[in-house]
Ligand binder design. Structure first.
Ligand SMILES: [Zn+2]
Length: 204
């Protein structure tokens, strides 16, 4: 299921490789495309999709190199993370040529031999996504070990972040939390000790 992760790019984004049944998918290929491709190659699995948690540059900066090697891969992202203007911006995903598929809260994605449940968790950005796969929570820049993502960037906000953290905290059971930066955690650990999640859950 969760097979490997590497830090990529200048601010050490976590790029995750997940897979089952001979297939795999990537989450947030944020830079260092050759390293990501090597991770895929070493897995011996057939790469069949890219999932993006949100549109910030540090989560997709390696995508062109991955798509150069795998041109037909579908790329999943929330529509509010797409940039439709002319000039590049670090805050939105400007789709390269490729099969970009927008997803929404409640959708499920079949990728890498696995099923991902899509939760839209605005706060860090308007269309930030959390992906649930078995007992793994791919948390993007919404939930970090001991903290949460910043809320002061375009499309973000503290109120939606609190609502998103409340929602994640209220999920049944426990998950291994795999954030966009920093180390992993568990949802139960965050419910108990993360001050932002604790505050959000007090506001129930
Ligand atoms: Zn971000």
């Amino acid at each position: 299921m969760l097979l490997r992760s590497i830090h990529v790019g200048p601010i050490e984004t976590n790029c995750y490789l997940l897979g089952a049944d001979g297939r795999c998918c990537l989450v947030d290929p944020g830079g260092d495309g050759p390293d990501i491709l090597e991770m895929v190659r070493l897995s011996g699995l057939a790469l069949d999709a890219i999932l993006l948690t949100h549109g910030h540059w540090d989560h997709h900066n390696g995508i062109s190199e991955v798509l150069a090697a795998y041109p037909d891969l579908p790329v999943y992202i929330h529509k509010d993370e797409l940039f439709h203007g002319q000039e590049a911006t670090p805050h939105y995903f400007f789709p390269p040529a490729g099969d970009v598929r927008t997803v929404e809260d409640g959708d499920t994605i079949q990728a890498g031999g696995l099923t991902f449940q899509v939760l839209c968790t605005p706060g860090h950005s308007a269309g930030s996504l959390v992906y649930l796969c078995g007992d793994v929570m791919i948390a993007g820049d919404t939930l970090f070990a001991g903290t949460c993502g910043r809320c002061d960037l375009p499309g973000g906000g503290l109120e939606p972040m609190m609502e998103s953290l409340r929602r994640l905290g209220a999920l049944e059971g426990d998950y291994k939390v795999c954030p966009g930066h920093g180390g992993t955690s568990t949802l139960e650990e965050e419910r108990r000790h993360n001050p932002y999640m604790r505050q959000a859950m007090r506001e129930l």
